[in-house]
Ligand binder design. Structure first.
Ligand code: ATP
Length: 518
């Protein structure tokens, strides 16, 4: 991780009695030296801003709602305190060894997709290496029997997707009665219309101890106000943290928006890919993730690309789990350096060397856009995101312009015009997040009108405390050296001016590489 990229990120904390942040991992009293050694083994030298604040808060036993940009280390921010807490209480679970026994995990981590659950499981295993803490993953689409067998060997931390967990509870194979730690990764997704009923059932109707008898940790890069309100049902006197602006994208990602009609999208995509290919910059070091709207669209585009000599694979919800895993594996190892995906790959996935995210079809919501482009520009590295914008994306224009402004991106004039002339205002980003001048927004600070010029700290004046790192406006030119070492040239970007109605930026896509990253 390029830690210096994150040092200036402002962190706002609100709530009562906020524990002090740390600057080094060595300041944190982890329950076991093994955990501290594992952090070193993972080459985590310094905590990221969200980790500096969130780890002390969670270690103090407080409930937490935390919002931090994609790729900023949220997984470790909830895993370290959970592992440490389990070790501290020395509450190793006694239920294993008996094949018919009910597994009673001490911690439950819920995530929205199978792939993300597996990734969290892998990370948590690294963090708990040689600590004795047992971690099991349970997700749908794979045979349940193997997962049940894994539970029989004992479980301290269960990482699960909601559907499979409910199935296991209903079969009488898992009980939540001993849960002391509940973490929801991608918490806003877990509480939106798709997942909320299932999550509510798990948390409120399936023996889970009530909020005051467990610790609840909610994390995401986006946190709409209405979802924050819903989430408060699960929390008790929580602390709210926002590293950077709630729902913002990192300025490590260079964002490009091109006007492309539906008819021209495929040709435009192949032009981009040809440009990268002629420079020899596709492959393991320059993975390209292409987002489309539909599962059928993903299959069709994958086939079309393969026929044109671009080794591609696709991932979406209609593929069986084995196919999904195979697709991800072949993308990760560069065998097929282009992955065509639906939103199933939009959240949480941490694949190094994704150099370029292309929104072939833009999503309807700006939050989905934030998560999608967040598959690049992770852990302090730079990345590129290109979006194909057409007439039908007009409702997104206002939110897109606002987001790009926040991330100090160059915005084409034609897009600004769309934003000004389109009546439909997308998700109403300004209202949801309190305007672009605010660093964070805890819904408990009350409703207010769009007040983009107000001082952020006044939002917390009554019953909350605010603390922050000094914020200096990010310098977008700073990213160039970190992505350029092997022949990459982004210089065309900053010198380029956009013309109204133009669909061409003269941007040199031949040089998009992920080399220079660790
Ligand atoms: N303190 C640290 N030092 C170095 N690397 C770190 C540190 N914390 C996390 N990382 C690495 O940063 C990458 C991104 O972390 P993680 O996947 O937790 O991000 P995230 O904030 O959860 O992103 P998303 O919002 O997309 O889910 C991972 O590869 C992780 O190993």
């Amino acid at each position: 991780m390029n830690a210096s990229e994150y040092n200036e990120t402002p962190v706002e904390a609100s709530g009562s009695d906020i524990p002090s942040p740390v600057t080094l991992f060595s300041e944190i009293c982890f329950a076991s030296q093994a955990l501290a050694d594992n952090i070193k083994r993972c080459k985590y030298v310094k905590p990221t801003p969200i980790q500096r604040y969130a780890i002390p808060v969670a270690m103090a036993g407080r409930d937490l709602m935390a919002c931090a940009q994609t790729g900023s280390g949220k997984t470790a921010a909830f895993c370290f305190p959970i592992i440490s807490g389990i070790l501290m209480a020395n509450q190793k679970n006694k239920s294993f060894g008996n094949p018919r026994s009910i597994a009673c995990p001490l911690a439950l981590i819920l995530a929205p997709t199978r792939e993300l659950s597996c990734q969290i499981h892998e990370e948590a295993k690294k963090f708990s290496y040689q600590t004795g803490v047992k971690i099991v993953v349970a997700y749908g689409g794979a045979p349940i029997f193997q997962q049940l067998r894994n539970l029989e060997n004992g479980v301290d931390i269960l990482v699960a997707t909601p559907g499979r967990l409910v199935d296991m509870i209903e079969r009488g194979r898992v009980s939540l009665k001993n849960v002391k730690y509940l973490a929801l990764d991608e918490a806003d997704r877990m509480l939106d219309m798709g997942f909320e009923p299932q999550v509510r059932r798990i948390v409120q109707q399936m023996e889970m101890p009530p909020p005051c008898a467990r610790q609840t940790l909610l994390f995401s890069a986006t946190f709409p106000t209405e979802i924050q309100r819903l989430a408060s049902d699960f929390l008790s006197n929580h602390i709210f943290l926002a590293a950077g602006k709630v729902g913002s994208s990192t300025d490590l990602i260079v964002q490009r928006v091109e006007f492309v009609s539906d008819m021209d999208k495929r040709d435009h995509l192949t032009n981009l890919l040809h440009a990268q290919k002629t420079n020899g910059t596709t492959g393991k070091d320059a993975l390209i993730l292409v987002f489309v709207e539909t599962k059928k669209g993903a299959d069709l585009l994958e086939r079309w690309l393969c026929k044109r000599g671009f080794p591609s694979t696709a991932i979406h919800g209609d593929k069986v789990q084995m196919e999904r895993e195979r697709a991800l594996r072949s993308f990760r190892n560069g065998l097929t350096p282009i992955l065509v995906a639906t939103d199933v790959a939009a959240r949480g996935l941490d694949i190094s060397n994704v150099a370029h995210v292309i929104n072939f079809d833009l999503p309807k919501s700006i939050d989905d856009y934030v998560h999608r482009i967040g598959r690049t520009g992770r852990a302090g590295k730079s990345g590129l995101a290109t979006a194909f914008f057409g007439e039908k994306n007009a409702p997104l224009a206002k939110d897109l312009v606002e987001l790009m402004k926040e991330a100090n991106q160059e915005i084409p004039n034609w897009l600004k015009e769309y934003a000004e002339t389109t009546c439909i205002t997308g998700n109403g980003r300004s209202k949801r997040f309190g305007g672009s001048k605010f660093a964070g927004y805890d819904y408990r600070s009350g409703d207010y009108v769009d007040g983009g010029n107000e001082d952020f700290s006044s939002q917390f004046a009554n019953n909350t405390t605010a603390s922050s790192y000094p914020y200096s406006a990010p310098d977008t030119s700073a990213f160039v050296p970190c992505i350029t070492p092997v022949g990459a040239d982004f210089s065309g970007f900053s010198n380029n001016s956009f013309e109204t109605g133009s669909n061409s930026y003269g941007f040199d896509y031949r040089n998009v590489v992920a080399t220079g990253w660790n």
